[in-house]
Ligand binder design. Structure first.
Ligand SMILES: [Fe+2]
Length: 325
């Protein structure tokens, strides 16, 4: 059956991010009207999952191109014929490298990717999930005082984990200089404005963000460590358990991810394509400083707060209660 907008079914999978789209067959063409529906779901839910899609790499590239122009990663494994296709094929002889760390893809670029798409080909029997965090919700989860404090700050990003790929000999040093010239450290706003939704997004990650501009090293380290913690809060996460022929595409502008490295030495193979993004724009609206309310929990002194039936009890009261019952 041909794909059509009316057949798109959306099932929310995570509270703050993640939705599964059913009723679409990615081995078949996706017309513009149907794609518009998919793209709206992508922006709203920040991550979409398609199950049971036995697509070829050409079909994956073709579908990804509907989201925009593809980009070529300067360090990841790819082939000369299709450089935009990254093949993650890890096993006992080729352990996974550098993705078990919270990050948005390639924020060391002046224009980091808009989106990343993975297609599962060989999935370990146990493990190998990918965790995702909504950085829109992570930002919302900050107190308003913190939102105000980080408003207008900028952070320097660097391709630091990939520096380990260069040897310490003359060739290695020359190669490193070549990449440093092509990808110099770059400054992005700490809070970016999503170009489609307009929402504020916390845009620092432990893989590539190295220093807050205008702060001492200790201040910068402390603040970054605190902001990095936001992605680790389970309430802002969605954990994806892979199956063969699952396709996942995430909004790299508003999410972070962490590839759980618990499957070694089992084999895991995923094909990735990456969609180019644009300049990172700052979010400039100031937050309300009057409260410290956040979206993870209501204010502790609010009369509306319930504690799931929990109340403090003194030991004596407990004993009396036991006697009564
Ligand atoms: Fe990644």
């Amino acid at each position: 059956m041909a794909n059509s907008a009316e057949n798109v079914q959306v099932i929310q999978r995570g509270r703050h991010l993640g939705a599964e789209i059913q009723g679409i067959n990615l081995t078949q063409p996706v017309d513009d009207l149907t794609f518009k529906v998919i793209k709206d779901v992508f922006v709203e839910h920040e991550l979409i999952v398609f199950q049971d899609q036995p697509i070829t790499s050409e079909q994956q590239i073709g579908f990804a191109k509907k989201f925009g122009e593809l980009s070529v990663h300067p360090f990841s494994p790819n082939s000369d014929e299709t450089p935009e296709l990254i093949i993650f094929d890890n096993d006992a002889d080729n352990p996974p490298f550098g993705t078990d760390c919270w990050h948005s893809d390639e924020t060391f670029r002046a224009e980091p990717p808009k989106a990343t798409m993975l297609h599962g080909l060989i999935i370990p029997e146990v493990g190998g999930d990918t965790m995702f965090a909504s950085m829109t919700s992570a930002y919302e989860g900050l107190s308003d005082r913190m939102k105000n404090f980080i408003s207008g700050l900028e952070c320097i990003h660097d391709f630091k984990p990939f520096r380990a790929l260069f040897n310490n000999d003359e060739k290695g040093k020359a190669d490193l200089r070549y990449f440093e010239d092509r990808y110099p450290t770059i400054t992005h706003p700490v809070v970016r404005k999503h170009p489609v939704s307009g929402k504020p997004v916390l845009f620092v990650n432990p893989q590539f963000s190295i220093r807050i501009k205008g702060m001492s090293e200790v201040e910068s380290r402390n603040l970054l460590d605190q902001l990095f913690e936001q992605a680790k809060i389970p309430e802002f996460q969605y954990r994806h358990c892979w199956d063969v022929d699952t396709v996942v595409i995430w909004d790299n502008r508003s999410t972070q991810h962490y590839a759980v490295h618990d499957y070694f030495p089992q084999r895991r193979k995923l094909n990735r394509v990456t969609i180019k993004g644009g300049k990172v724009l700052p979010y400039t609206d100031a937050a309300d400083t009057r409260s410290v309310h956040n979206n993870k929990s209501p204010l502790p002194d609010s009369p509306k707060v319930k504690h799931g039936g929990h109340v403090p009890k003194r030991q004596l009261e407990r004993e009396l209660e036991k006697v009564k019952t």
